[in-house]
Design a protein around this ligand. Structure first.
Ligand code: BDR
Ligand code: CA
Length: 314
């Protein structure tokens, strides 16, 4: 139910195991008013990410949610998808029945524009995948820019990369779109790979959430059992970083995050560093910061919000 103090959000996603958990959280928190779910090509091609959004939301009984499919490919570069980590179907190879929810007839980019232009309240745009949909909406209808309260995104890194040594996947998958978003002038919260060690799904986390007896917890456990095994080669044990839910946890309780204002530019020309978020950590360029970059988060606080939110499912 919408409350006066709720934050209205558009959630843009490319499910994906960790996206699925983020959707689970966003849909159930009374402090968030989820206006729509918009889907983008990212972890996989659009038909698969859109199908997964419908599957997860149908499974969770989120029948009232508007879900729209958006851009089928990045703005400029060839599409790059993730192989293996999320499973063949990008949802841990789990089988879902026929979705009860249908896609909106609107293209996600038009839906984003319509929601923003007609909204009386401020809207936060939450991005869990490549930034193609938002960038396209900004280019198509620049009048939406002042209507965006802020952009909370999962992506980037001021250190190492995860898809190349220099770049994080969501930014690398559409650097030109990221450039449009990072130069649009609205406040940005960038939650990147600095949180990797803080959001690992450990055995203890699996046990705690596994002790909840509802559909959401069951889905969490099945997704994460697969995801943990798939990430074994990176972490040398069965754990995995649960990135995307961090954006939702941030909206619920930003005080558990440490951020630092930085000037961030997207590398578009270098062959080796294409898609890198070039972050001026020490302010050496003397340029105004365009992003609050997350540098740390309180792990216990993070998991406790996830646990309490999953418990809300009946
Ligand atoms: C991002 O990559 C994707 O595979 C995840 O869903 C997440 O959004 C982390 O780099
Ligand atoms: Ca994602």
């Amino acid at each position: 139910m919408e409350t006066t103090r709720s934050t209205s959000i558009i959630l843009d996603t490319d499910p994906g195991c960790d996206d699925a958990v983020a959707i689970m959280l966003a849909a159930k928190q009374a402090c968030l008013n989820l206006k729509a779910l918009t889907v983008v090509a990212g972890n996989d091609i659009l038909p698969k990410t859109a199908r997964n959004a419908l599957a997860v939301c149908s499974y969770l009984g989120l029948d009232q949610l508007t879900i729209a499919a958006g851009m089928v490919r990045p703005l400029v570069r060839e599409q790059v998808v993730i192989k293996g980590i999320h499973g063949e179907n990008d949802l841990a190879n789990l089988e879902f029945g026929e979705p009860t929810i249908k896609l909106s007839n609107k293209h996600a980019v038009n839906l984003i524009i319509d929601i923003l232009l007609s909204a009386e309240e401020e809207i936060t745009f939450v991005a869990l995948g490549p930034l193609t949909n938002l960038a396209m909406a900004i280019r198509l209808e620049p009048r939406i820019i002042p209507k965006i309260k802020r952009i909370v995104l999962i992506g980037g890194s001021y250190g190492f990369g995860n898809i190349t040594p220099a770049a994080e996947f969501n930014i690398y998958a559409d650097p030109e779109a990221a450039h449009i978003v990072f130069t649009c002038g609205r406040p940005i919260v960038m939650i990147g790979l600095s949180i990797t060690e803080r959001v690992l799904v450990t055995k203890e986390v699996m046990e705690k959430i596994g002790s909840i007896n509802n559909r959401a917890a069951l889905l969490f456990s099945k997704l994460m059992t697969f995801y943990n095994r798939a990430n074994h080669r990176f972490f040398c044990e069965e754990v995995s970083p649960l990135y995307d839910p961090a954006a939702i946890v941030y909206l619920i309780n930003p005080s558990i995050f440490t951020t630092k204002p930085m000037y961030v530019e997207i590398e578009l020309k270098s062959a080796q560093s294409y898609g890198r978020t070039y972050c001026d950590y020490y302010g050496t360029l003397n340029k105004s910061a365009n992003a609050e970059v997350v540098t740390d988060l309180d792990s216990d606080g993070f998991w406790s919000i996830i646990y309490e939110t999953i418990k809300l499912y009946g």
